[in-house]
Design a protein around this ligand. Structure first.
Ligand SMILES: [Zn+2]
Length: 259
């Protein structure tokens, strides 16, 4: 069993959702308001759980929770400070083609996160729409270029990554492992342990805008039926994602208020 992992994205001021990370209403759905995020951190800090780095060895699976932040938006710098104040470690997954562009971390901010004791990982190079459908050579390049870019910035190996858009496949994991990734976070809401080519695959529970601290706490602790509910919803969407792709994207846009 893996420790539970929580998947966050950006933390923004109300009405300024596009200030950090990818713009648009679909991405905004995953961005928390600053005040709401701090309430979540207060609840987590009082939970009795530890929030270590995934690279910690040995990693306690029953008393730990891993905090991850996807996309590499500029708000990660502030999030890192909030976590450090509470002695929590964050895993910041950077879309490397966006480094230094509007709304995203620059190289100095990435080095600051690393120096602050946080984990900097890859979130692919370009954040492709469906990484699992890419030809092998392009898939390899997504991880390889991204890991190389981060290693240049940090001056040391990068072994952690997360899959963009939740489009996991065994080939995606194999390509990540070949690029040197030893810990790969997916969007599958599970704590089930799974290893591909020596790379540990870790599922994550998703946090959305508007989620209450009690919900976050239940996902972190595994109390109530919230983990099972996310797992069920995720698996109900899977066949739709795979077999009726245009319908899936239409439903998703509609659900997120884009249509
Ligand atoms: Zn992403």
């Amino acid at each position: 069993m893996n420790p539970p992992s929580l998947m966050y994205h950006d933390v923004v001021a109300p009405g300024h959702e596009d200030a950090s990370g990818f713009p648009g209403p679909a991405a905004a759905h995953y961005k928390l308001d600053g005040e709401a995020f701090e309430r979540q951190l207060t609840a987590l800090a009082g939970s009795g759980l530890q929030f270590p780095a995934v690279t910690t060895s040995p990693l306690a699976t029953d008393t730990s929770c891993l905090l991850t932040f996807d996309d590499g938006g500029a708000s990660a710098a502030h999030i890192g400070t909030l976590l450090s104040e509470r002695r929590m470690v964050g895993h910041f997954m950077v879309t490397t083609s966006r480094i230094g562009t509007a709304g995203f971390l620059n190289a100095d901010a990435i080095r600051d996160l690393d120096a602050g004791g946080h984990i900097v990982g890859s979130h692919s190079h370009t954040h492709p729409a469906e990484i699992s459908r890419m030809p092998a050579a392009m898939l390899d390049a997504e991880w390889r270029i991204s890991v190389e870019r981060l290693q240049q910035i940090l001056g040391r190996p990068v072994s952690v990554a997360s899959v963009p858009g939740g489009f996991y496949s065994r080939a995606v994991a194999q390509a990540a492992a070949a690029a040197g990734i030893c810990f790969l976070f997916t969007s599958e809401p599970t704590v089930r342990e799974h290893i591909v080519d020596g790379c540990l695959i870790l599922g994550r529970y998703t946090l959305w805008r508007g989620m209450e601290p009690a919900t976050t706490l239940a996902l972190a602790r595994g109390t109530g039926a919230l983990r099972q509910r996310q797992w069920l919803e995720w698996n109900l969407k899977k066949p739709l994602k795979r077999c009726a792709r245009p319908v899936y994207h239409l439903v998703r846009r509609h659900w997120l208020g884009e249509a």
